[in-house]
Ligand binder design. Structure first.
Ligand code: BES
Ligand code: MN
Ligand code: ZN
Length: 502
């Protein structure tokens, strides 16, 4: 069950009857000051409880009081020093609030006062919404589901601003949750045609905004997308390039999406390898199951499209998913095979496990038919990216400083962090082949960069950025799960583009 957040109807400090049964959540700094103006009654209650529990307000520490017949439950949450409150702290705070309350109560009331800027309010509320995510579709017995389902927020900032932030976050959360669901689906369910079907489902939900085209293997043969086909041919499942045309401008002008062609849209592509065995260059078996997350880029694109439809941003966006299954078989590509990409360039495939770049390169060429004003791609592309940046930041490679600037701004406001990686000409040499125009691997050094270099060879003179989300699209450890990143980053980026176009 999702967690809903609403703003309190009035900024009044008094709590009504219903919210009296809710757990009162109060943020406190290291001075022991409650951050919100509270009613005298609540204020005295907070003071008594924080004294009794010797609560110090240290960041992400908390004190919990259970409800009694006379008193409501209360949770004090420390924010540390006020001037140090940043995105990282807000995520910790969201985690503490959720973990303390998940099984305790259905309703909570969160007192923020005016401490958070609108942007920080956005980061805290999105983090809370994300905490409420769970994936239990395949559990035959329902587990003890968290009961927390609704938080009413009291904040003293301009209410219109906060409501707009909350609405936008609701759109993001719907998209991000969808992306997480898709990534979590097992690979026997989520294969290329399944992702195509999910795109069709969205198009049926938002017929005024969205149309879907599926480029199948027959079409790819005609188009000469032989790099893509070199990956999908080893599998029984058909490879598909799923193209979603979002026309938020047509919706605004009252025209049907179907009738209008996109002009210079923003093109966004995701790697959709629904399972990556490595192909003939087979991966080791330990941990191979995690390679169901190799469609995290495609999941983020579909999630972003969902969020776009919910937010109805006045933009033209083409979102595409390069979907295939990388399998070994008698039909699979052999290391050493040479194929010709859609743009005529020849590629010597020396490692069939470097398959992401192969489905992406032809898809990038295909998308340039739209004459996009900017093109982004996201891919769980290299293990080397995980080595370099771990699960904290997404590595971004680009041929354009302005795109980097815009993405960094979006990254800051969404708190969906990125890091600018290099793309110097010098690295290109590692892709030289003595047989063809290039080979698909660049050796051990700078593996993420040479992968990005490979993609760059398929992008003509347009602003483009590649995001390697191998470390950030899913979390490892005890609870492996899709994270839905970088849906928040993309949505903040697109929101900025919509504002700039006004
Ligand atoms: N999907 C993997 C990259 C990956 C590895 C993502 C680990 C997340 C965690 C990709 O297709 C791959 O196999 N890349 C190879 C490239 C190499 C053969 C040049 C890699 O990183 O080892
Ligand atoms: Mn691979
Ligand atoms: Zn892969």
């Amino acid at each position: 069950m999702a967690l809903t957040l609403t703003l309190a109807k009035s900024t009044a400090q008094k709590t009504d009857k219903k919210s009296k049964n809710a757990c009162q959540v109060i943020l406190m700094d290291e001075q022991g000051t409650a951050l919100a103006p509270l009613s005298d009654e609540l204020s005295a209650d907070v003071a008594a409880f924080s004294d009794a529990s010797q609560f110090k307000g240290k960041l992400a520490k908390s004190a919990l009081r259970y409800a009694t017949a006379e008193q409501s439950a209360m949770l004090l949450v420390g924010i540390g020093e006020r001037h140090k409150l940043n995105g990282n702290a807000l995520q910790k705070i969201a985690k503490v609030i959720y973990s303390q309350l998940a099984d305790l109560t259905k309703n909570a009331t969160l007192w923020l006062g005016g401490i958070l800027q609108a942007e920080q309010f956005g980061q805290l509320t999105l983090a809370l919404m994300n905490q409420g995510y769970c994936f239990e579709k395949y559990k035959s017995k329902a587990s003890d589901k968290p009961t927390l389902s609704h938080i009413v927020i009291h904040a003293t900032n301009a209410q219109d601003d906060l409501q707009a932030v909350l609405d936008f976050n609701n759109a993001i959360n719907q998209g991000q949750s969808l992306a997480r669901d898709l990534a979590n689906e097992p690979p026997n369910v989520c294969y290329p045609a399944y992702l195509a079907e999910q795109a069709q489902v969205l198009a049926a939900m938002y017929p005024d905004l969205l149309t879907v085209k599926v480029v199948g293997e027959k079409d790819m043969e005609k188009l000469g997308m032989n790099c893509f086909l070199a990956v999908s041919r080893g599998s029984e499942r058909e490879g598909q390039l799923v193209v979603m045309e979002y026309n938020g401008q047509a919706a605004k002008s009252g025209k049907k999406a179907k009738k209008t062609n996109l002009t210079n849209p923003i093109a966004i592509l995701g790697k959709g390898i629904t399972f990556d065995t490595g192909g003939i260059s087979l991966k080791p078996s330990a941990g191979m199951g995690e390679m169901k997350f190799d469609m995290g880029g495609a999941a983020a694109v579909l999630g972003m499209v969902k969020a776009l439809c919910e937010a109805r941003l006045p933009l033209q966006v083409v979102g595409a998913m390069a979907c295939a299954e990388n399998m070994p078989s008698g039909r699979a590509t052999r290391p050493g095979d040479i194929v010709t990409a859609m743009n005529g360039k020849t590629v010597e495939i020396l490692n069939t496990d470097a398959e992401g770049r192969l489905v992406l390169c032809d898809s990038l060429v295909y998308l340039q038919r739209y004459q996009p004003k900017v093109m982004l791609d996201m891919a769980t592309l290299t293990g080397a990216m995980v080595v370099a940046l771990g699960s904290v930041r997404t590595g971004v490679f680009s041929n354009d400083e302005d795109v980097i600037f815009d993405l960094e701004q979006a990254s800051d406001s969404a708190y969906d962090r990125i890091w600018h990686m290099p793309l110097d000409e010098d690295y290109q040499e590692q892709l030289n082949s003595n047989m063809a125009d290039m080979q698909n691997i660049g050796g051990m050094p700078a593996g993420s960069i040479t992968a990005a270099c490979f993609l760059s060879r398929f992008v003509d003179d347009i602003p483009w950025a590649h995001m390697d989300i191998a470390g950030t699209a899913w979390q490892t450890g005890k609870e492996p799960s899709g994270t839905g990143r970088p849906v928040p980053l993309l949505m903040h980026y697109l929101q900025r583009q919509a504002l700039a176009a006004k």
